[in-house]
Design a protein around this ligand. Structure first.
Ligand code: AMP
Ligand code: MG
Length: 398
């Protein structure tokens, strides 16, 4: 039996890196960049007018001139006009290129128009180069704007588009089989007998992987039959990049999962972690080095092990930069376990002093009904004394 942190490092050290694929910029929200992205041009690419108004040469105004002759109108998207003589100006719109021969923009609110004449208000105090977004001031051409390992959000999509990237290399989503095992399990929608239960783990694990955009999931239910299990797992292994199983890893007479996996010549990296819930968790690698997570079947254990081990493992394999850990203050005192790490479900409150985690203990690892409305769990390392209210502890979200 090993500790939580040891289990985590054993898993991370054995996770593969998923391959890259090139996809269109419009489809890459939430994906992980597998390449750096550099500025195609200076950003902004030209001196950009930032207000609707007129553009003029500051020196003319500084010489005491207020009346300017408008020599044209310049909208965004047009090549620049040129001012050739003293006292001329151009009417400019936000987003236009700054006309040649001008260096200052006067907002329309400070200008009175009279035919081709534009009169700058007496009280206007013009600063040279005011209301101009200077070429290259946000990023010079060639500057790295995004790095491999970042997750693409709306802001990154905007940057990709500005950098002229129609396609981009991102981590391919692995195909993952999420397998529930148990003779008692019945799919939602199907008729159910008194001795049967609804299968929830596969749906919950699939939801977690999908919510984090870390995998393309196939859901499967299998019976507690060692031969059938071995055959099905072999086939699922061949068709997927990773397996996440739940159920059948304890000491019961029908807990065949570890044996079935070893029949496929998968190697166990560990079986059992000093933790509650989720102690019987198994992790190993197939003959072809594909990761296999076999989680205990109790839904609370399955969910906790998914958030604590499976999600970080898939983040790592996706090439995501390591996230900083999240921490929270306990909202009330909690008894620790002397020999096991205790994962305690919590509801979060966000206040001026940070995140407070209010314990929402479940009745048992079978009681997943109590998890509804919780945000995740805190990790309480083993110790003999209680954790007082206010203790700062590691937080994991679902
Ligand atoms: P096991 O780890 O197979 O011994 O399962 C432990 C407990 O979790 C049993 O009460 C199972 O019925 C329950 N369980 C296992 N798999 C699921 C599942 N997919 N959905 C809901 N409950 C499950
Ligand atoms: Mg079972």
């Amino acid at each position: 039996m090993i500790d939580v942190t040891e289990a985590e490092s054993l898993i991370l050290a054995r996770m593969p890196r998923w391959r890259s694929e090139a996809i269109g910029v419009a489809a890459c929200a939430d994906r992980v960049l597998h390449e750096d992205v550099r500025a195609e041009r200076d950003q902004p690419p030209f001196d950009r007018v930032m207000m609707d108004g007129i553009a003029l040469a500051h020196r003319d105004w500084a010489d005491g001139r207020l009346d300017f002759e408008s020599v044209g109108v310049q909208a965004a998207g047009e090549p620049p006009l040129t001012v050739t003589a003293a006292g001329q100006c151009v009417q400019v719109m936000t987003g236009a290129m700054l006309p040649r021969g001008t260096d200052t923009v006067v907002p329309v609110e400070q200008v009175a128009f009279d035919g081709p004449l534009a009169r700058v208000a007496d009280e206007a105090a013009l600063r040279e180069r005011q209301h101009i977004h200077p070429r290259g001031s946000d990023a010079p051409a060639g500057k790295r704007l995004l790095r491999a390992g970042e997750r693409v959000g709306p802001a990154e999509i905007a940057v990709l588009a500005a950098a002229g990237r129609a396609t981009i290399r991102v981590g391919a989503l692995p195909r993952v089989a999420v397998v529930s095992t148990g003779n008692e399990l019945v799919e939602v929608g199907a008729p159910i007998a008194e001795h049967q239960i609804r299968s929830c783990n596969d749906l919950a694990v699939a939801a977690s992987l999908s919510r984090h955009r870390l995998a393309e999931v196939t859901r499967v239910r299998l019976k507690d039959d060692e031969t059938e299990l071995a055959e099905a797992l072999q086939r699922l292994h061949d068709e997927h990049d990773a397996l996440v199983l739940s159920g059948g890893v304890s000491m019961g007479k029908f807990d065949f999962v570890p044996d079935a996996l070893e029949r496929l010549q998968a190697t166990a990296v560990f079986h059992r972690i000093r933790q509650r819930p989720g102690r019987p968790m198994w992790f190993g690698l197939s003959r072809r080095n594909k990761p296999i997570f076999a989680l205990p079947g109790n839904p609370v254990s399955t969910l906790v092990c998914t958030a604590r081990y499976v999600i970080p493992a898939f983040r790592h394999a996706a090439g995501l930069e390591t996230a900083d850990g999240e921490w929270a203050r306990l909202g009330s005192a909690v008894d620790a376990l002397p020999n096991l790490t205790y994962f305690l479900a919590v509801k979060l409150h966000h206040g001026a002093e940070g995140i407070e985690a209010e314990p929402r203990p479940t009745n048992s690892s079978g009681d997943f009904i109590s998890l509804a409305g919780t945000d995740g769990f805190v990790e309480l390392a083993p110790r003999r004394t209680a954790y007082p209210a206010g203790s700062v502890v590691r937080l994991y979200r679902w």
